[in-house]
Design a protein around this ligand. Structure first.
Ligand code: GLN
Length: 532
């Protein structure tokens, strides 16, 4: 019988529920279990694809092309769970589907209500994510007590009733604040938050306490008594010192995975956490550092490029170096100041993006990287900027540009015929995994070590095949191609220590224990340059 863990959050948002859910998944995998992960988001947007990165951080893209919440990125970085469209549901999607059924007459004229129609739809959503796993971990977005979250909590309460309490575990993640004035840690917010859960009919089985400092036994006793949870099931999750990748080990030390298995009756082997141990050792003792110039539009919010920063760090782990970022707003870059602003960085990364703002500055950064042989990796819009820059400054096509920004140009980046017909903005890009063939003798081929890969996309515009000849003649190598659709996937320059750009988003496939080859390569090149 499949088991389910529901993770809720209390007291405040941003406690790291996504990370914690992912870490629980990692520990269960270390015990040999097959796990699934799912996020249920109470907001009304139908998908996060059209939400501003400032509001919501990056849009994470799954292999099957769903535009999802960034927490799914944590899930994939920490575990081997196969995430799909069914791994993220929002209130908007749930209502959309119920209203569509109502319009179709599926409810035969009955009154359509939150209970049972919306809650049934949520339960069906949870069931749809199961797909051959031993344990499904579902995280409920938001904080207990939010108006929007209620139907989800009601649905998981019913779900436990349907499946039987032995098969369902409720974990509540909460904050134990430390009051400096009195030098005390406080349990009252947790008591209130668990009170709200119990009002709805959910009795948590385990309370995970986010704390700054270690918790005394009395504090755990108090939470146990007031929240009606066994003492050993009040577990501490203290702030980690070096890296988020310490979280699985910390939770393991607190006995969390053993408690979960006990509660759900899962008979497993002892966990093998040696990969995580080795990783954390590496992170703690880097043999050097590199600084990457990060030239992106949303640099003020770290979450907006979450997966890219993580992938760069993974490249660092693999090379035993610590990666730091110099975040640079491309709108501030000009021909005159770019060299100075990038002075001393060991490599440059230009991430994906939408809209014209900062495009010229990105091209300046790329020009500098190209001319001064600074290692460079460009992603999506970063590739498009690299192609336009090369067309302008090497091929002499002065007005080369993307038709995303102007029609009045030489369109080296353009829409494919199929994309031109699309009017709606939501979910209509080239999304998800597409194959890419890698050419023998290219650096991309050498780094990947295989002849073909699948990588994830999220964009509309493409390199215009009409200009491939002109670009190639001046030395641009099209080292990765989608041969079915005849589209450029990877470009590189061979008379340069490391100049690669991809139309796809390699960051979505990088893991801390298995850095993505292109990020590993960038950091290796950056470190080699620094040492030279
Ligand atoms: N705006 C560009 C496009 O739609 C690039 C998108 C991206 O970088 N993700 O093609």
């Amino acid at each position: 019988m499949r088991k389910y863990i529901f993770v809720t959050g209390g007291v405040v948002s941003s406690l790291g529920k996504g990370l914690t859910s992912a870490a629980i998944g990692a520990l269960l995998e270390a015990r040999g279990l097959k796990i699934g992960l799912q996020k249920l988001d109470p907001y009304i947007n139908v998908d996060p694809g059209t939400m501003s990165p400032y509001q919501h951080g990056e849009v994470y893209v799954t292999h099957d092309g769903a535009e999802t919440d960034l927490d799914l990125g944590h899930y994939e970085r920490f575990t081997n769970a196969q995430l799909t469209r069914a791994s993220n549901y929002t209130t908007g999607q749930i209502y959309h589907s119920v209203i569509t059924k109502e319009r179709r007459g599926d409810y035969l004229g009955r009154t359509v209500q939150v209970v049972p129609h919306i809650t049934d739809e949520i339960k069906a959503g949870i069931a749809s994510a199961e797909d051959d796993v031993d344990v499904l971990i579902a995280e409920i977005g938001g904080t207990v007590g939010d108006i929007e979250g209620l139907p989800f909590l009601e649905a998981i309460r019913q779900f436990a009733l349907d499946k039987g309490r032995d098969h369902v575990m409720f974990i509540h993640l909460t904050l134990i604040p430390f009051l400096r004035v009195s030098g005390e840690m406080k349990t009252k917010p947790t008591q209130h938050s668990v009170g709200r859960l119990r009002e709805i009919g959910i009795q948590p089985d385990l309370i995970l306490c986010r704390t700054e400092k270690s918790m005394q036994m009395e504090l755990k006793d108090k939470i146990s008594l007031f929240c009606n949870v066994q003492k050993e099931c009040v577990v501490e999750e203290k702030d980690v010192a070096h890296s988020i990748y310490e979280v699985p080990l910390e939770l393991h030390q607190q006995g969390l995975d053993a408690l979960v298995c006990q509660r759900l009756g899962l008979d497993t082997r002892e966990p093998d956490v040696s990969d995580w141990q080795e990783l954390v050792e590496r992170i703690k003792a880097p043999k050097g550092t590199v600084e990457i110039g990060f030239v992106g539009k949303y640099i003020t919010l770290h979450d907006a490029y979450k997966s890219v920063y993580e992938a760069l760090s993974h490249g660092g782990f693999d090379n035993n170096v610590k990666v730091s970022f110099r975040k640079i707003d491309p709108e501030e870059l000009t021909r005159e100041n770019t060299a100075a602003r990038l002075e001393g960085v060991d490599g440059v990364l230009v991430p994906g993006g939408f809209g014209e703002r900062g495009f010229e500055g990105k091209m300046e950064a790329i020009r500098h990287a190209r001319e001064s042989k600074l290692p460079f990796l460009g992603i999506c819009l970063g590739l498009q900027a690299a192609v336009a820059e090369f067309a302008r400054n090497v091929c002499g096509i002065a007005d080369a540009n993307s038709t995303e920004f102007t029609e009045d140009c030489t369109p080296v980046i353009d829409l494919m015929e199929a994309q031109k017909k699309i009017k709606e903005l939501g979910g209509t890009m080239r999304l998800g995994a597409f194959p890419c063939r890698l050419f023998e003798g290219s650096r991309a081929r050498e780094l990947y070590g295989v002849g073909a890969v699948e990588e994830r996309h999220r964009h509309r515009w493409e390199v215009n095949n009409e200009y491939r000849g002109a670009l190639a003649e001046k030395g641009m190598l099209f080292s990765g191609l989608n041969t079915d659709l005849d589209l450029v996937e990877i470009i590189e320059l061979q008379d340069h220590p490391y100049f690669i750009a991809t139309q796809f988003h390699p960051e979505f496939r990088s893991k801390p224990t298995r850095a993505h080859p292109l990020f590993r390569g960038l950091i290796a090149a950056a470190y080699a340059r620094k040492k030279a």
